[in-house]
Design a protein. Structure first.
Length: 634
């Protein structure tokens, strides 16, 4: 794991010698073991290294034999040993290291851009092709590793693993994009290719780009997931293949030249990963769990059952967050507004884990391939809502309408109340209302008049992002369409961002076996009934395939998110802090929000009239981001 950055310019062969080192230094946390720099006329590539594979030989930037190609690479290629054997058999390539980085260079030399189809892993890399005077860059299929960029208005291209590194460039745009702010408050994250800044972009997952002074910038998708036609495979055969593929995926991700362990939440996904690791290891696996003092948000007792069964070297951490200190730090690390509150426990878990190991396997990705989210089941149920007699719908609606809104979104009447409001909407709108933080109607009244009028006329539409995604390759079944949306948006733009930043802020590499693209491709083509058995049978094939590997209590558990009691904190320990930050003259002076409406939202939450915890968290992190980066122009 590393931080990469670079500047390519055509207007002046002399890139300021201290520019790229300054950019790289902002990402020292991503790679504290070593820094590297390559400079030639018009080109400067920078690197911060967290050494994982080939500790002595994997220095970057790295070149091929004749130095016509130079690469900076962030990530891990899990099939690099197999690929090396294939390349050596061609008798055209000489290897000087035992690193996976060098494999990418020679694959590109041999196959050009088609090399991407052969890579199995997580990656973001950039290759300077001196002969063609062209930069080629790519990001892995699920966006596990980040890549930000902008076109230099003088004539050039600038890229980095984090936005804060780009900001070191004197011509990096710093004007806040109102459309990005709107989508952030709606979704809790800023969807690719947008960033918080106008004219600065994320390379989307499963995309590559090329840039040259002659041809400019070209961005294209190199991979997409196909759900149809369904494979004709028996359920027992699918179970056998799932066990084989996931065991293989775990095995590949246990390759490391540094200490390795696993996050263990006590949920089914991370528990299966730990079980498979333990079955393949001659030593006790190191496992790590985190909990809060609030017992209803703590899963450590479930994790302990799995740790006991597999005799892992288990570590538990019960934290009482110093929120007023840690939240501004998180805002700085994430570089742009980010409102997934599970970033907080993920950061603490990574911090504690890094004291023992350098690499940790996680259970990320199981929900998106095996129908894990509660919203999937909710939307499945909503298909049948309109078939109910009107009298029954009215009765249920009346019952649900009388339930006061609380922070407990798991309460079944609260769920019904929420679902009744969206049952008659189109499918994409239904999906959005199950995931949004601030509804469009709330945002419309919250904005100051200039923003409100602008967004009333031309509302930035998350629907447009999702509709475009579905138009590429629309799976026939509802559950497949929902998972397809999440694998293209929520997973890369939210979950992978959370995981990457929280782990790399602590110089820890996180690996996700359930997001092996070979495994995901196979599972996508299996009948949906193998993964979901209504009304409550989510992750059916995972549970039944690994039933003998896990304690019964783990198999029978429902979905519990990696959440925090933010609604409670906003009424107690963070009550005054929330008001002080959001209603400060500095915050109100930014001109985004109506002070009276903002004050009412806070009052409603703190008095218990309405749960506004998710929206308030998003507003708080937006303001803390502005304070972390004070020269951003709103």
């Amino acid at each position: 794991m590393c931080g990469i950055c670079g500047v390519i310019q055509t207007f002046d062969p002399q890139v300021p010698p201290d520019l790229v080192p300054k950019m790289a230094h902002t990402m020292h946390h991503r790679g504290p073991d070593e820094d590297g720099l390559h400079q030639e006329p018009g080109v400067s590539l920078g690197f911060q290294r967290l050494a994982i594979i080939d500790l002595q030989g994997g220095h970057q930037p790295m070149s091929n034999e004749d130095e016509s190609l130079w690469i900076v690479f962030n990530g891990e290629i899990y099939n690099f040993q197999e690929l090396r054997k294939e390349l050596e058999a061609l008798n055209r390539h000489r290897f000087r290291t035992n690193s996976d980085t060098e494999i990418i260079l020679h694959l590109y030399e041999e196959y050009g851009e088609a090399c991407l189809q052969r890579l199995r892993g997580m990656f973001a890399f950039a290759i300077w092709d001196r002969k063609r005077q062209r930069l080629f860059a790519a990001r892995d299929r699920f966006g596990k590793k980040p890549f930000f960029y902008f076109n230099d208005p003088k004539g050039g291209f600038v890229f980095a693993s984090e936005l804060k590194a780009l900001r070191e460039h004197p011509r990096c745009p710093r004007t806040v994009n109102p459309k990005a702010v709107y989508l952030y408050l709606n979704l809790q994250y800023i969807p690719a290719p947008l960033t918080i800044y106008s004219d600065v972009y994320k390379l989307p997952a499963a995309h590559c780009l090329s840039w040259s002074g002659q041809d400019g910038l070209q961005v294209r998708r190199y991979w997409d997931l196909q759900y149809d036609p369904k494979e004709k495979i028996s359920y027992p055969e699918a179970q056998e293949r799932l066990r084989h593929r996931l065991t293989e995926s775990v095995s590949l991700r246990m390759i490391s030249d540094v200490p390795l362990g696993a996050f263990l939440s006590g949920g089914i996904d991370s528990s299966i990963i730990v079980a498979l690791m333990a079955q393949q290891s001659s030593r006790p696996i190191k496992t790590f769990s985190i909990g809060f003092e609030e017992q209803d948000y703590s899963e450590v007792h479930h994790a302990r059952e799995v740790a006991t069964r597999y005799k892992t070297d288990h570590h538990e951490f019960i934290v009482k967050p110093e929120l007023i200190d840690i939240l501004p730090k998180l805002a700085w690390f994430y570089s742009e507004p980010f409102a997934d509150s599970s970033a907080l426990p993920t950061y603490y878990l990574s911090q504690q884990t890094r004291q023992h190991v350098t690499v940790a396997l996680s259970g990320d990705g199981g929900d998106e391939s095996f129908v894990g989210y509660l919203r999937y089941r909710a939307m499945w149920a909503m298909q049948f809502w309109n078939y109910l007699p009107q009298s029954l719908r009215s009765t249920i609606g009346g019952m649900a309408g009388g339930v006061p809104s609380t922070e407990d979104r798991i309460h079944w009447l609260s769920r019904i109340q929420r679902l009744l409001k969206i049952g008659a909407m189109p499918e994409v709108d239904q999906y959005l209302r199950t995931v949004d933080y601030l509804h469009p109607e709330e945002l419309q009244e919250l904005w100051q008049p200039p923003y409100a009028e602008h967004f009333r006329v031309e509302r930035p539409s998350a629907q447009a992002f999702f509709a475009e995604t579905l138009s590429r390759s629309t799976p026939a079944g509802l559950m497949d369409r929902l998972m397809f949306l999440d694998l293209n948006h929520y997973l890369p733009d939210c979950l992978m961002v959370k995981s990457d930043i929280a782990s790399m802020a602590n110089s820890l590499e996180a690996r996700a076996p359930l997001l092996d693209h070979v495994l995901v491709e196979e599972c996508a083509r299996w009948p949906i009934g193998y993964k979901y058995s209504p009304p409550n049978g989510s992750k059916r094939i995972l549970r039944e395939t690994f039933a003998k590997d896990l304690p019964p209590s783990i198999l029978q558990r429902g979905k519990q998110g990696f959440g925090i009691p933010m609604g409670r904190w906003f009424r107690t320990s963070l009550k005054d802090y929330l008001r002080d930050v959001l209603l400060s003259p500095q915050a109100l002076g930014r001109g985004y929000f109506q002070p009276d409406v903002l004050r009412r939202y806070i009052d409603e939450h703190q008095s218990g009239i309405r749960d506004r915890s998710y929206g308030l968290w998003a507003l708080l992190m937006l303001e803390l981001w502005h304070q972390a980066y004070p020269d951003s122009k709103s």
